[in-house]
Design a protein around this ligand. Sequence first.
Ligand code: ATP
Ligand code: MG
Length: 177
Amino acid sequence: MGKDGLVIVYTGNGKGKTTAALGMALRAVGYNHKICMIQFIKGSWPYGEIESIKRLQPEFELEIVGKGFVGIIDDKTAREDHKKIAQEAIEISKEKIQSGNYNIVILDEINYAINLGLVDLNDVLILIKSKPEKLNLVLTGNYAKDEIIDVADLVTEMKEIKHPFKSGIKAKKGIDF
Ligand code: ATP
Ligand code: MG
């Protein structure tokens, strides 16, 4: 018996989680399926996909709700603000998920947001539970909680074998961002 909509998790310490979600969206646009990606945490940095997604209008929508990475050196945003913004992202996600307008909703970096304590695990579990039967829901970010893995249908762990960063090679345009 086929299940209409899947809960999909891309986690692990290797590169490719967001890329995998974007790849799936690219595939789905080929069928005129509707996709909404909500980016948690990311916000102030330029990413190539912000421009590419514009070319995939109106099928592919992007909502960037983050304020840049949390806790890194150039992070000048107060923790409370990060939390407020993450809460906003949850509200937007709820709205998009329950709208019935999409085939795929991607909650990018939501696992990080949970691990940083910006988002409540329970709120995310409720979000997953309340999704329309037909919706495919994708959650990315390392250290996915067991409770999320438990309710998922598809879980892939990106495992780092090698990463150029470890040999001092900086992030590359079109490859990393
Ligand atoms: P991508 O967006 O490239 O698919 P990701 O979603 O798997 O990566 P994130 O944790 O979101 O990984 O981090 C995004 C950025 O961090 C990317 O520039 C990516 O190349 C880099 N990155 C991912 N994994 C590693 C790693 N194991 N070591 C160092 N840098 C990494
Ligand atoms: Mg990512």
